[in-house]
Design a protein around this ligand. Sequence first.
Ligand code: HPA
Length: 240
Amino acid sequence: MDKAVIGGTGVYDLDNKNISREVKTEYGTVKVDIITHYGEEIVFLARHGKNHSRAPHNINYRANIKALEKLGIKYIYATAAVGSFNENYEPGDIVVIKDFIDFTKTRAQSFLDSEAESVKHFDMSDPYCKNMRSKFSQRSLAKQLKIKGNAVYVCTEGPRFETAAEIEMFKKLGGDVVGMTGVPEVILAKELGICYASVAIITNWSTGMKDELDIHEFQELISAKKAKITEAFMHVFLEG
Ligand code: HPA
């Protein structure tokens, strides 16, 4: 068992046939589902909890990633709901994340929190696994799931949405989409040597892009894409 999916907003399971398990870590206890897909066990973790009960700034990212490591996970595909401030990426589109800009403020970003541990620095030139990204794009093509490019993800602290001025700034900095949960998940996976890739579903235009931010169709937009995205994950997991 070395493969996992982390489900973001709107992705709370993979299928119904699963076994729930609790994994204890020094950071807290994490509930995961283990599903069997064509004989292979795959771990599913709902990032916000099954009932979406944890806001982005309250998610126990270290417990989540540590729990996956304890289970032996080496590969993670994650989903993320995002707003877009790139005219080429519209609500309903799927983009693979290729890099991030971090605007979080209060989150524990590292496992290196004791003086006993020697200081290490982690290479961020390729934060999202290149191999998993390109395999996802290939499998999506085969599944008639259209992927639009590689995006730069700006992570904000939340839970509030961004101001229009902030979105203007993010545009100038070279971002494309904005979400609240990608950091520190990607960093923590890197620290533990786990290959991690993230696929974003655009749920809305960011603040100030078009009239008002319309968040009502989040769930519908995500439900429409969820099955195909997770099928593409499974294909990569099973066939490499
Ligand atoms: N901003 C931040 N996080 C989000 C958004 C957004 O516009 N849409 C979905 N998650």
